[in-house]
Design a protein around this ligand. Structure first.
Ligand SMILES: Cc1ncc(COP(=O)(O)O)c(C=O)c1O
Length: 356
C-alpha cells in the first residue's frame, strides 16, 4: 500500500535521529552534561521555596515574563527592551532558526558545534557550512571571514561546546562587524570565558547574543534562557515568535530570585575556573591523552584508541563523562564537566588508577 503523506513525514523525521542525550545512570557522578554542582542544592531549594510562596499556579503568569525581563535587564545592565526569554536557550535557538531560516538560507558555523543546533538545521533542511577546528582545536578567523560572504546566518557558540574554544574578542568583533546577515552568538558558557559580546548589540543591529541560567547559575532543570538583541528584533520575537506564556510561574519567580543574588553564581564560576586549571594540568601529565585548553566549564581530551576503555572504566567507578569519539583527526574524544572539588578529585583518582 502506498504511504500517505503523514507516514512519509514521520519516516523522514525518524531518519533524522535527533539530539542524543547522555546515558541515564542511577547514582552516578554526573560529569557528562556541563551542569553546575558547585552551587549547593540547598541554596537552590531555598530559592524554590520562596518562589513557590510567590506563585499562584491557578493563574497564567500574566506580566511574569515582563518582571523577569526587568530582573535580567538589571543583571546584564542592558535596557529591558533589548531582552527576550525562552524555555531554555534551546527554545530561543529553535524559534530563531525555524522563523528566520529555510532551505534557501545558508548557515555558517564551526565543526563541531552545539549538537542541538546542528540537529535543528537538519530538521528544517537548512544548508550548513561548517568550518572545522584545527588539530589543536582552534578556529581560523580568516577562514570564517572568507566563508561569511556566502552565508545568511552565522552561528557560533562562544565558548564552543564541545571544544571549549573561544575566539579572541578582537577576532570575534571583527567577524561580527563584517557579517551582513543574522549573527547568533551563543554564550551558554559565557561566564566561564574571557568576555561577552552583549554590549556590541547596541551598535550591531544584526547581532543576537543568547545566554542561559543553566550553566553558571546551576539551574539547568529550570529551563530558562534569554537573549540580548536590538529593540526591533526583540519586540518581534517577544510579541510574535515567542509563545504567550513560554515559562512556568515557578521558573519566572525562581529566575528573578536567582538574578537578584548573583554572588553565589560568581563564586561558583571562580571555583570552576580554578578547578578547570587543575583538571587540565593533571590530565596533561599522561602521555595517553591530548588535552585541549578550555574557556568553558568542561575539558575536552583525546584518549586516542583507548577512549572506549576509559569511558567504560569510569562508568564502572560510578563516573559518567561524555563520549564523543572522532572530532577531526582526533579519534577518541572525551569531554568531562568540571564538578565540585570532591567530584573532580574522584575523577582524577579514577584516571590515575586506570592508567597506573
Ligand atoms: C552551546 C550551548 N548552547 C545552548 C545550550 C542549551 O542550554 P539551555 O539549557 O539554556 O537550553 C547548551 C547546553 O548544553 C549548549 O552547550
Amino acid at each position: 500500500m502506498k504511504e500517505n503523506w503523514v507516514e512519509q513525514k514521520v519516516k523522514k523525521f525518524s531518519l533524522i535521529g535527533g539530539y542524543k542525550k547522555p546515558e541515564l545512570y542511577q547514582d552516578i557522578l554526573k560529569l557528562d552534561s556541563n551542569e553546575n554542582y558547585v552551587i549547593p542544592k540547598q541554596f537552590q531549594s531555598e530559592l524554590f521555596s520562596i518562589a513557590r510562596k510567590n506563585s499562584d499556579v491557578r493563574e497564567y503568569p500574566l506580566g511574569g515574563v515582563e518582571n523577569l525581563i526587568q530582573a535580567i535587564s538589571k543583571f546584564v545592565k542592558i535596557p529591558s527592551t533589548m531582552i527576550g526569554v525562552g524555555n531554555g536557550s534551546d527554545q530561543i535557538l529553535d524559534l530563531i532558526l525555524s522563523n528566520f531560516a529555510s532551505k534557501e538560507t545558508k548557515v555558517l558555523t564551526s565543526n563541531p558545534t552545539f549538537g542541538f543546533f546542528e540537529e535543528r538545521c537538519k530538521l528544517y533542511s537548512i544548508p550548513v557550512t561548517a568550518i572545522p577546528f584545527s588539530k589543536t582545536m582552534v578556529l581560523d578567523v580568516e577562514e570564517f571571514l572568507k566563508q561569511s560572504k556566502n552565508a545568511d546566518i552565522l552561528y557560533l557558540d562562544s565558548p564552543n561546546n564541545p571544544t571549549g574554544f573561544q575566539f579572541s574578542k578582537i577576532d570575534l568583533q571583527k567577524l561580527v562587524k563584517s557579517f551582513n546577515g543574522l549573527v547568533m552568538i551563543d554564550e551558554a558558557y559565557g561566564e566561564f570565558g574571557d568576555y561577552s559580546l552583549s554590549s556590541m548589540v547596541k551598535d550591531q543591529k544584526n547581532l543576537v547574543v543568547i545566554q542561559t541560567l543553566s550553566k553558571s547559575f546551576g539551574l539547568a532543570g529550570l529551563r530558562l534562557g534569554y537573549f540580548i538583541a536590538n529593540k526591533e528584533f526583540t519586540a518581534a520575537f517577544n510579541q510574535v515568535l515567542q509563545y504567550p506564556y513560554p515559562l512556568s510561574t515557578i521558573t519566572i519567580e525562581s529566575g528573578i530570585l536567582a538574578l537578584e543574588k548573583p554572588s553565589q553564581m560568581k563564586d561558583a564560576v571562580n571555583t570552576i575556573k580554578q578547578e578547570r586549571k587543575r583538571i587540565i594540568e593533571n590530565l596533561r601529565k599522561y602521555d595517553s591523552f591530548e588535552v585541549f585548553d578550555s574557556k568553558a566549564n568542561f575539558v575536552l581530551f583525546d584518549a586516542y584508541g583507548s577512549y572506549q576503555r576509559v569511558y567504560s572504566a569510569l562508568i564502572e567507578q560510578g563516573i559518567s563523562i561524555r563520549k564523543l569519539g572522532k572530532i577531526g583527526n582526533h579519534e577518541g574524544c572525551l569531554r568531562v564537566t568540571i564538578g565540585t572539588k570532591e567530584m573532580n578529585s574522584k575523577f582524577l583518582l579514577a584516571i590515575r588508577d586506570l592508567l597506573r
